[in-house]
Design a protein around this ligand. Structure first.
Ligand code: NAG
Ligand code: NAG
Ligand code: NAG
Length: 348
């Protein structure tokens, strides 16, 4: 059995010495994700992506395994020093891994098709400490993990295949020493340092949320107010409903979706509030997000009158009242146009 001598293909270290940390920051994660589908004994399809946070910076072309860098400075950095040597050998490592998986399948009498996943990288904490990690998943379940501090592989499930894989990988002392170095020095230090130097716009990217409010009527006795918020980055966001200026507490009437990704690496979610039609209250969807600074995005919906002009007038009056209380405000045109007459959007 041929173990994957060169797991290093997972890591494209950028060799710059040193360490960095921003005490204000959240933990930062660099990870290399590799998914391989083994359809039968003679087939292996490999895809790979590397991310900083949730932003990809590198992919592997599935057809010829060539590397695509998302930014030119990455390919420049990766062509320097020892990185160049590593770059020339990652395809050999990949072939060794594929052979290792096929051998393991035969020894343990597993069945095709099979999906094997690798997840390796580093978490950098705000207190400047960092932790490298490398896990292998087998058909969607954790199989083995590399303990960086102990320089050894440990089974993550009580199975024959997990035992065999961890024992087999642990026999390769030079690989274990190499992996420890790769994770804790190259990924945890050099990759992060390079990002700090060149990739500030990646780490500090911000996209403004766009919010729309519209209503649905599932039954004559019920009105669902939907606040749809999209196009924002980074992911953390706060969306709340205000009834006559007071925040509506969590409860059965309030239903907020999970945060879902958009194709352009932004996020979306919606919050639905069930109300009684024409209950005489005013409703405002309030969005807070890092990109807005200390301002909030407020989108009002008037639940009083069916007449559009009156609705707009009241909404404008509400805006003016809120704005004068808040001290300043400005108008921001909504990008979406749904239900234009019954919603008004502004930021304060
Ligand atoms: C193995 O799987 C690949 C991909 O699904 C397929 O193209 C190929 O024909 C299969 N080979 C055998 C021997 O079954
Ligand atoms: C890999 O394949 C893609 C698409 O087929 C192609 O654009 C790219 O140039 C290829 N890279 C190499 C190094 O052959
Ligand atoms: C740094 O922070 C991490 C995560 O909060 C913690 O696990 C670790 O022990 C801390 N290290 C030190 C030296 O404070």
């Amino acid at each position: 059995m041929q173990p994957p001598h060169l797991l290093l293909f997972l890591f494209l270290p950028i060799l710059l010495p040193g360490m960095w940390a921003d005490p204000e920051a959240e933990p930062q994660v660099i990870q290399y994700l590799l998914t391989s589908l083994f359809a039968n004994i003679s087939s292996a399809e490999v895809s790979c992506v590397a991310l900083v946070g949730d932003i990809p910076f590198l992919t592997l072309h599935p057809a010829n395994w060539s590397i695509h860098f998302y930014w030119p400075w990455l390919s420049q950095a990766a062509a320097q020093g020892d990185s160049e040597k590593l770059m020339s050998q990652y395809k050999i490592a990949l072939r060794n891994i594929i052979r290792f998986v096929h051998d393991t399948v035969q020894q343990t009498e597993q069945h095709y098709p099979l999906v094997v996943q690798f997840r390796g990288g580093c978490v950098l904490y705000p207190n400047t400490t960092s932790q490298g990690f490398l896990n292998i998943g087998w058909d969607g379940r954790d199989l083995v993990a590399f303990e960086v501090g102990k320089q050894c592989w440990e089974a993550r499930q009580p199975s024959q295949v997990a035992e065999l894989v961890s024992n087999s990988l642990n026999k390769q002392k030079s690989v274990r020493v190499f992996l420890e170095h790769l994770l804790s020095i190259w990924v945890c230090q050099s990759n992060f340092l390079a990002l700090k130097r060149y990739g500030r716009e990646i780490l500090e990217r911000q996209e403004l949320p766009v919010a729309t409010v519209f209503a649905r009527t599932p039954s004559p006795a019920q009105l669902l107010l939907v606040c749809h918020v999209t196009g924002f980055y980074p992911r953390p966001i706060s969306v709340a409903w205000l009834r006559d200026g007071q925040e509506v507490p969590l409860g059965p009437a309030l239903n907020t979706s999970p945060i879902l990704p958009n194709a352009d690496l932004t996020y979306q979610l919606h919050s639905v509030l069930a109300v009684t039609p024409r209950d005489g209250h005013s409703y405002v969807c309030r969005v807070r997000h890092q990109s807005l600074g200390s301002r909030s995005l407020l989108i009002s919906w008037e639940n009083r009158s069916a007449a559009p002009t009156i609705g707009i007038t009241i909404a404008v009056l509400l805006i003016l009242a809120t704005a004068s209380a808040g001290g300043f405000w400005w108008w921001k045109h909504r990008k979406g146009n749904e239900a234009a007459w019954e919603t008004q959007e502004f930021t304060i």
